[in-house]
Design a protein around this ligand. Structure first.
Ligand SMILES: [Zn+2]
Length: 290
């Protein structure tokens, strides 16, 4: 952290003097750093204006998922979902963040059953009764990024899969309860991992969540398998995703070596994921995308 004088302008761009703005917060963060904790750098902390930008972007993200919810059913191709996501996003003035991201060819990820994440929509992939699908939508609006995903059960789904989808949602809700200033990302991770394990499931270790807002994927990496009291300190202004990938079987995954994107469970058993974008506030948290 740079050394600012009490009467200097605050680093955040508010135009206020440091002593009247972020000084007390910085001193508190510094105190945690001295104890050996991982603490956020200034560029991780969003200003109220930036959070408003992410909130506006999130409105589109949620609207897109609501539209997907209306049309997703047996017989629909994942390509049709992709087209809808592109159309709704652009009609509302946004850009689908996945499109051309590091070469990703589509506007959305559609991950079915044993696909953990990053499934690529295709006209050949028709949704069938009994499948569970994660639709992961990410939006850029006026330069701000939002990110969320939902699970959809296609027609009648087995009790086994229904439970996986439900428990994964509960994992996100339990994790969210841990999001407040001066908690740690590990506090959230532990309740998520514990709840998944208590139900006989595993949480993917190799892929996690991320900071989001000014970029698609920002620091910090957010794990859902770490322990209470570890990982980065939560500080007001942080914005990140809660998106555990919960597997019915092993937590081991592999990437399709032909398309370079699709992530599968090693044992071929189903995987589920829900994702929200959340901001740490002065008093707790604000869910930006539900
Ligand atoms: Zn400030």
């Amino acid at each position: 952290m740079e050394k600012l004088g009490r009467n200097d302008m605050c680093w955040c761009g508010s135009g206020k003097k440091y002593k009247n703005c972020h000084m007390a917060l910085d001193e508190k963060i510094h105190h945690y750093a001295l104890q050996g904790h991982i603490v956020p750098t200034h560029d991780i902390l969003k200003t109220p204006e930036q959070i408003q930008g992410i909130r506006d972007s999130s409105v589109i993200n949620i609207a897109v998922l609501d539209e997907v919810a209306k049309m997703i059913k047996p017989g629909v191709s994942t390509e049709e979902i992709d087209r809808l996501v592109y159309d709704v996003t652009t009609r509302m003035g946004g850009i689908p963040a996945p499109l051309n991201y590091e070469g990703f060819p589509k506007s959305v990820c559609t991950s079915i059953d044993e696909v953990v994440c990053h499934g690529i929509p295709s006209p050949e992939r028709i949704l069938k009764e009994g499948e569970i699908v994660n639709v992961d939508v990410s939006t850029i609006y006026k330069g701000y990024f939002s990110d969320s995903s939902r699970m959809f059960c296609i027609g009648e789904v087995s009790e086994e899969k229904k439970k996986l989808v439900q428990v994964t949602k509960e994992c996100v809700e339990l994790g969210l309860e841990q999001v407040k200033p001066w908690n740690f990302l590990g506090d959230m991770a532990q309740v998520i991992n514990d709840h998944a394990k208590a139900n006989g499931y595993s949480v993917v270790v190799d892929i996690g969540g991320h900071g989001v807002g000014l970029e698609f994927h920002e620091e910090p990496f957010v794990s859902y398998v770490t322990r209470k009291g570890t990982e980065m300190l939560m500080v007001p202004g942080m914005v990140f995703t809660i998106e555990p990938m919960v597997n019915m079987g092993t937590c081991e995954v592999y990437i399709d070596d032909e398309d370079g994107w699709t992530v599968y469970t090693e044992d071929g058993k189903p995987s589920a994921q829900w994702e929200i974008t959340v901001a740490v506030t002065e008093t707790g948290h604000e869910v930006l995308t539900y």
